[in-house]
Write a protein of this length. Structure first.
Length: 488
């Protein structure tokens, strides 16, 4: 069962020190495999966010060590931080599995992806260039790309360490300072990241971590008059609240990475076994707790029955249990609330006439486990085809033509990701051009890399993370125009 591991940090991290919350309050973080408390964590709220913003402002002062640092050295600091993450990879992955319930193997992959992302952004530090702009010989005009300043970052629990790194990478590369709130369910790896940032040598106030609740600590960040930009990943509902808070306070820049109901379309020329494997991983990866999960599997009518058979078998083979056991494919959902939500949606699928091919109920009675569930005969108006389930539930829909499937794939307010499986390059490109989604994966799924922009169309978000585009969210562009007068 769960590994014994020492929890080293449980306090807020402000100005390079671990401190208690101003209120003195604490909250419990729970192991989702057994529902038991792992540790009591300092609970930050507005007063602590204010303190952290003060520290981040000092660190961003124009005469500060951070602002005066050669960008090359900033890159070296980021590499040093990546070295320390690599040194402590097993410990961080263990914290992640304990706090989140994801399998240890997938936690290791998350930390490896985090290192790759840090190194990618470390390389950008001294390559963020403005341009010179032709305005005629009587002037010289150039642009500077400057850090936006103090940024607030609010992240979810599904990839706690990786989401922190997606936020820190571009913020640090551009020279911003930051205040981050991890999700209440998963504060442990963020606090450890703070300790490593200090060890790497980041100046005081550059990174600050305030664990706490969304409506208190999170809202204090979104509303703060001296935070210049907020980056949020989580539900579309809270995304609306974050944007409204920006509008009501100081018009801080907002980037949002929200939910999805992503279509994965499988044409009749596909190898059915291979396609079923891709579709299985697309939905069951990370227990379905993935914003870009392939949660609507559209299968051509000619191969539908065979595909359902294969999908069912893959789900039945999936081993659910202790996430520290190397034979386990799927650990628990994050908490009781998500367990209830997922089971509620599964029940709605049954009531609305979808056919359960595998699973369909809770797994065991301890922890928050759900059986890998496959529904066939799913139709577009069913709740399981419309709402983000965020659980291990595959919904398989039937289609006949390209035009039909494009129209149905796009009939949603979401637009985060999509996939298409076919041997016909023309079909793949026609779909790729027509689908309303920030990513299109052809004959693969989840092809997310540090250098490729990621984000959503429509209500799946605003802005992009990763790649060069991810940097732009943290930069202001300043135009400098110089008059050149004729010398005599
Ligand atoms: P959530 O409420 O949107 O949580 C995301 C982050 O926002 C957490 O840190 C949360 O704090 C914080 N937050 C909550 N209310 C806030 C507010 N009023 N102002 C500022 N920050 C606030 O998501 P959730 O409750 O964990 O999950 C609900 C649903 O969101 C899921 O079922 C899923 O559909 C979706 N989701 C999407 C993603 C994604 O990657 N796009 C990730 C997670 C969940 P707390 O720590 O208090 O929660
Ligand atoms: Mg919440």
């Amino acid at each position: 069962m769960a590994k014994q591991v020492q929890i080293k940090y449980t306090q807020l991290f402000i100005d390079n020190e671990f401190v208690d919350a101003v209120s003195g309050r604490k909250f419990s973080t729970v192991n989702p495999s057994n529902g038991k408390v792992i540790a009591e964590i300092a609970e930050g709220d507005k007063a602590d966010v204010d303190k952290a913003v003060e520290a981040a402002k000092r660190a961003f002062n124009r005469n500060s060590k951070w602002r005066k640092m050669n960008p090359y050295i900033r890159g070296q600091l980021m590499h040093k931080f990546a070295d320390l993450v690599t040194r402590d990879l097993e410990y961080i992955a263990t914290l992640e599995t304990l706090d989140n319930g994801k399998t240890y193997a997938s936690a290791v992959e998350d930390v490896q992806a985090s290192v790759a992302t840090l190194r990618y952004y470390a390389g950008w530090c001294d390559k963020i260039q403005g341009s010179t702009i032709p305005t005629g010989d009587t002037s010289v005009t150039f642009t500077r790309k400057e850090p936006v300043g103090v940024v607030g970052q609010i992240i979810p629990w599904n990839y706690p360490f990786l989401m922190l790194v997606w936020k820190w990478g571009p913020a640090l590369a551009t020279g911003c300072t930051l205040v981050l709130k991890p999700a209440e369910q998963t504060p442990l790896s963020a606090l450890y990241a703070a300790a490593l940032a200090k060890e790497a040598g980041f100046p005081a106030g550059v990174v600050n971590i305030i664990p706490g609740y969304g409506p208190t600590a999170g809202a204090a960040i979104a509303e703060h008059p001296e935070i210049n930009k907020v980056a949020f990943t989580g539900s579309t509902e809270v995304g609306h609240a974050v944007m409204a808070a920006s509008a009501k306070s100081n018009l801080k820049r907002v980037s949002l990475e929200l939910g999805g109901k992503s279509p994965l379309v499988i044409f009749d020329d596909a190898d059915v076994k291979e396609a079923a494997g891709i579709a299985h991983n697309a939905i069951f990866g990370n227990h379905g707790q993935n914003c870009c999960a392939g949660s609507r599997t559209f299968v051509h009518s000619k191969i539908y029955d065979e595909f359902v058979k294969q999908a069912k078998q893959l789900a039945l083979n999936r081993k659910v249990g202790d996430p520290f056991d190397s034979k386990t494919d799927q650990g628990p959902q994050i908490d009781q609330e998500m367990l209830d939500k997922v089971i509620g949606l599964i029940n709605s699928g049954k009531q609305q006439g979808a056919v359960v091919q595998a699973g369909g109920i809770r797994h065991g009675d301890t922890g928050y486990f759900v059986q890998p569930t496959v529904f066939s005969n799913v139709t577009d108006e069913m709740k399981i085809a419309k709402e983000e389930i965020f659980g291990p539930v595959q919904a398989i829909l039937k289609f006949d033509t390209m035009d039909e499937v494009i129209e149905r794939a796009n009939r949603t307010n979401y637009g985060l990701a999509s996939g298409v499986i076919t041997k016909n390059i023309n079909k793949a490109l026609e779909f790729a051009q027509a689908v309303e989604a920030g990513s299109v994966w052809v004959n693969c799924y989840d092809a997310v890399t540090p250098q490729t922009p990621f984000g959503g169309f429509k209500q799946s978000g605003i802005g992009r993370e990763l790649g060069e585009e991810g940097l732009n969210e943290y930069l202001e562009i300043k135009t400098v125009s110089i008059n050149v007068t004729k010398s005599n």
